[in-house]
Design a protein around this ligand. Structure first.
Ligand code: GLU
Length: 464
C-alpha cells in the first residue's frame, strides 16, 4: 500500500517553526517511502482563518521547497460531506442532539467543580429519543456519544502506547448550534477522504487523538498510524512562542536566512543521525526516518541556525548567491546593472557573512557611486600619517597595469617592506577609502573587482 502523509495547517497565522517542522517530516517520510504528500488547509474556523494567512502559508511552503503531490484541499469547500457524515452518526445513534443551553452547561460545570468532580458534560440529552428530538424546534448542537467506560489506546510511532480513560472524555460537540462542524470531527472525515495512512503532527494534538480514534471507529473507518512530534521549546525551556523572538518562517526569510539552512535546522529539532549536522533536503529524502525521532522536547537555538545559515551561504555558487541576495540588494535600493560584476562582488563577501541581510549590507559599497563614510571608521583610520600612505599607494596603483589580486598582493607586500610598514597600516585606511567602513571583504579582492578607475576614484575622494 502506498503511504499517504499530510500537512494540515490552520490558516489562523503564518507558518511557524513548529508547523514547518511538521510539514518537513511529513514531506520527508512521503519521499523516503515513495508515498504521497498532501497539503490540506484547515479553515473550518471561519472567523480566525484568513486568505492572507492561506497565501502566506502557501508561499512559505513554496519558499522551503516542500512540494506537495496533492492539494491544497480546503475544508471550507467540503461542508456537504461533513453534513452527510453528521447525519450518518445521528442515524446510527452514535451522536445525538443536545439542547442544553450555554447557561445550563455553565451551571452544571460550576456544580461539578464545587463537588470536586471533573466538569464534564453530564449527558442530559444523551438519553433523549432521536425520533422526537428530530422535530424539536429548539436550537441544538450535536454531540458524539463517547464510550463511557474502558480506555482508548493510541499506538504512537514515537511514544509507543498511550492510553486514555474513556470516562475522562466527555461527549464531544461535533457540530455547533449554527450547524458548523467542529475541528476533531472534520479532521477525521478529511483524513479518511484523503486516504491518509500516517498522521504525523505536533504533540499538542495528542489529546485529540483518542477522540479522533473513537470517531474513526464510529464511522467504521480504518484508523491511520499516528506519530506525535515532541515539543519545541525556547531557550527558557518554555514552549516556543513569539516571546522568544521570530517564530514564523516568513520572518526568517525576511531576516536573510536560506531555506536550505532553515530545513537543515528544523530537521534536527527532534531528529538525529549519528553526530552529523549538515543535511541537504536531497539527502534527507533518502535517510529520514521516524525511528530516529526522540521523545523529548527540542530546544530552539538561534545561534546554531545562524551558524548553519553561514554554512549554506558559503555553499552557494556565484549565480545562486546573486539570486538569493537580490531581494535584499533591492531593499537597499541598489541597482544591479552588471550581473557578472555583482556575482564577483557578492562572492568576495561570501565567507564573512551569516545572513543575506549581512551580505547585502557588506556588499553595498560595490554598487554605490559614492561610499557612505562611517564617522567612527574615519576617525580610526584617517590621520596625516595614513593620508600620506594613501597618497603613495595611489601613485603605486596608478602605475599598475595588471589589477589582478595576485599582482596587487605582490606589489603591496613590496611597498610595505620598502616603507617598513605593517600591512594593516596600509590596509585599514585603504579599506576605509574603498568602502567607507572597516568591515569588508579582503582588500585585494575589492581592488580587483572595483577595478582600477573606481578604486583610484575612491582613494582620491578619501584624500579630499
Ligand atoms: N490544523 C491543525 C493545526 O494547525 C493540525 C491538525 C492535524 O494535524 O491533525 O494545528
Amino acid at each position: 500500500m502506498i503511504s499517504r502523509y499530510r500537512f494540515a495547517p490552520s490558516p489562523t497565522g503564518h507558518l511557524h517553526i513548529g508547523g514547518a517542522r511538521t510539514a518537513l517530516y511529513n514531506y520527508l517520510l512521503a519521499k523516503k517511502t515513495g508515498g504521497v504528500f498532501i497539503l490540506r488547509i484547515e479553515d473550518t474556523d471561519r472567523e480566525r482563518s484568513t486568505q492572507e494567512y492561506v497565501d502566506s502559508i502557501l508561499s512559505a511552503m513554496d519558499w522551503l521547497g516542500l512540494k506537495y503531490d496533492e492539494g491544497p484541499f480546503y475544508q471550507s469547500e467540503r461542508s456537504k460531506v461533513y453534513q452527510a457524515k453528521l447525519e450518518e452518526l445521528l442515524k446510527t445513534g452514535k451522536a445525538y442532539r443536545c439542547f442544553c443551553t450555554a447557561e445550563e452547561i455553565q451551571n452544571k460545570r460550576e456544580a461539578a467543580m464545587k463537588a470536586g468532580l471533573k466538569p464534564k458534560y453530564d449527558g442530559t440529552c444523551r438519553l433523549l429519543d432521536p425520533h422526537q428530538t428530530k422535530n424539536d424546534p429548539r436550537p441544538y448542537c450535536i454531540r458524539f456519544k463517547s464510550p463511557e467506560t474502558g480506555e482508548t489506546l493510541v499506538q504512537d510511532l514515537i511514544r509507543g502506547e498511550v492510553s486514555f480513560a474513556n470516562a475522562e472524555l466527555d461527549d464531544l460537540i461535533i457540530a455547533r448550534t449554527d450547524g458548523s462542524p467542529t475541528y476533531n470531527f472534520v479532521v477525521v472525515v478529511d483524513d479518511v477522504e484523503n486516504q491518509i495512512t500516517h498522521v504525523i503532527r505536533g504533540d499538542d494534538h495528542l489529546n485529540n487523538t483518542p477522540r479522533q480514534i473513537q470517531l474513526y471507529e464510529a464511522l467504521h473507518y480504518p484508523v491511520p498510524q499516528f506519530a506525535h512530534l515532541p515539543m519545541i521549546l525556547g531557550p527558557d525551556k518554555k514552549r516556543l512562542s513569539k516571546r522568544h523572538g521570530a517564530t514564523s518562517v516568513l520572518a526568517y526569510q525576511e531576516a536573510g536566512y536560506l531555506p536550505q539552512a532553515l530545513l537543515n535546522y528544523l530537521v534536527r529539532l527532534g531528529w538525529s543521525y549519528g553526530d552529523e549536522e549538515i543535511f541537504s533536503l536531497n539527502k534527507l529524502e533518502k535517510i529520514f526516518d521516524l525511528k530516529n525521532v526522540g521523545k523529548s522536547a527540542a530546544v530552539f537555538n538561534t545561534e546554531k541556525l545562524l551558524w548553519l545559515n553561514g554554512y549554506w551561504i558559503r555553499q552557494l555558487k556565484a549565480k545562486e548567491l546573486l539570486e538569493a541576495a537580490m531581494p535584499f540588494l533591492k531593499k537597499l535600493n541598489l541597482e544591479i546593472k552588471d550581473s557578472n560584476y555583482a556575482q564577483q562582488a557578492l562572492a568576495s563577501c561570501q565567507e564573512k557573512v551569516k545572513t543575506l541581510v549581512e551580505l547585502a549590507e557588506m556588499a553595498k559599497f560595490y554598487f554605490v557611486e559614492k561610499v557612505e563614510a562611517d564617522p567612527k571608521a574615519k576617525e580610526k583610520t584617517i590621520n596625516p600619517e595614513s593620508l600620506k600612505i594613501l597618497e603613495e599607494l595611489k601613485s603605486l596603483l596608478e602605475s599598475l597595469a595588471d589589477f589582478k589580486k595576485e599582482n596587487l598582493e605582490t606589489h603591496f607586500k613590496r611597498f610595505a617592506e620598502n616603507k617598513n610598514l605593517k600591512l594593516g597600516k596600509i590596509a585599514q585606511p585603504l579599506r576605509f577609502a574603498l568602502t567607507g567602513s572597516l568591515v569588508s571583504p579582503g582588500i585585494y579582492d575589492m581592488l580587483e573587482i572595483l577595478g582600477k578607475d573606481q578604486s583610484l576614484k575612491r582613494i582620491q575622494n578619501a584624500l579630499g
